[in-house]
Design a protein around this ligand. Structure first.
Ligand code: NAP
Length: 290
């Protein structure tokens, strides 16, 4: 870490509660150092009750930008002066830019999903897809699929089926997209739905460290060698789900790519500079392997 901060070193950072397990300080400070930029990225543990004051402080102190994580992503919308199209539709902000006192809200998770899927665009375009989960990450995923990949149908599969139904109504209302079918996450019953999906995306935390032997399904016949399976979980990088899908011959995409791509978009919004995506992806693999 450099020790040459000057009077005009700009501060960027992360607000959330808790923030202990975030890789964002690593990603951004390594980039700042690699690119020799005059910025520093700091984590700020901000409980819900302090959010409004934290944003006032941001403006007063001239902090250039924040990443926003749990529990503020949705509540923070009311304090933004402007909200980008994707953040407004998704209903969550994960990046703020302080533009001379004007707070601009973005959702770079959508960019992370888009960039992760982009190399496979031709095979995904217009196909049936399945999304597991119905939380905040699922909203960013469904938004990106509708906006960029024009699926013929989206199957939303969730532990609590009512939340999947609510998500279906949400996108019918926000994006006039009606081709959504909902299911309860009960592995034996969803085998056929998964098998006929060209793309399967897990947006639940199932399989995340320390519960690395868990998977939303352990039935290998849920997958085929024509499929793409994308897991948003990035710790571990090779989740149980990806291992099972891979042994059935499916092409797999890990959540670490999305993590780096969403960070890259935020970094560009704050600094106008590119984040070295490939180098960061490799460095994070080493950090996670430790
Ligand atoms: P969230 O809003 O809390 O939603 C969690 C979803 O997972 C809900 O649909 C929940 O189902 C389901 N779920 C939770 N535990 C489950 C279990 N044991 N079995 C079955 N379903 C379960 O969380 P989120 O913000 O969407 O984040 C979800 C995951 O995405 C996290 O692991 C997060 O780290 C990851 N993520 C990764 C990236 C990246 O860059 N790679 C970015 C964003 C998020 P119910 O509705 O039944 O409760």
């Amino acid at each position: 870490m450099k020790n040459t901060f000057r009077v005009n070193t700009q501060v960027i950072g992360l607000i959330g509660h808790p923030i202990k397990h975030s890789y964002s300080p690593f990603i951004h400070n390594v980039t700042i150092e690699l690119k020799k930029l005059d910025y520093i990225y700091l984590p700020f543990d901000v409980p819900a009750a302090n959010l409004k004051n934290a944003l006032k402080g941001m403006v007063a102190l001239g902090i250039r930008g924040f990443n926003v994580t749990i529990p503020h992503k949705e509540n923070i919308l009311q304090y933004m002066n402007e909200v980008s199209e994707e953040a407004s539709i998704i209903g969550a902000v994960n990046t703020i830019v302080n533009d001379h006192g004007k707070l601009l809200g973005y959702n770079t998770d959508a960019h992370g999903v888009h960039e992760s899927l982009l190399p496979h665009r031709d095979s995904i375009l217009g196909q049936e897809v399945s999304v597991i989960g119905s939380g905040g990450a699922a909203r960013a995923v469904v938004y990106t699929l509708i906006r960029n990949f024009k699926p013929s149908n989206i199957n939303i599969i969730n532990r609590t089926e009512q939340r999947a139904d609510a998500l279906k109504r949400y996108f019918k209302d926000k994006m006039r997209f009606e081709e959504i079918t909902t299911f309860e996450l009960f592995p034996p019953d969803i085998v056929e739905t998964l098998r006929k999906s060209k793309l399967i995306i897990n947006t639940t935390p199932v399989g995340m460290y320390p519960d690395i032997e868990d998977s939303i399904t352990t039935l290998e016949n849920s997958f085929t060698k024509e499929q793409i399976v994308f897991d948003l979980v990035y710790n571990p990088m090779q989740t149980k789900l990806l291992k099972i899908a891979s042994s059935a011959g499916a092409l797999t995409i890990d959540g670490l790519k999305m993590l780096v791509f969403q960070a890259a978009k935020a970094f560009e919004l704050w600094t106008g500079e590119e984040l070295p995506v490939e180098e960061l992806h490799k460095s994070l693999q080493l950090v996670l392997a430790d």
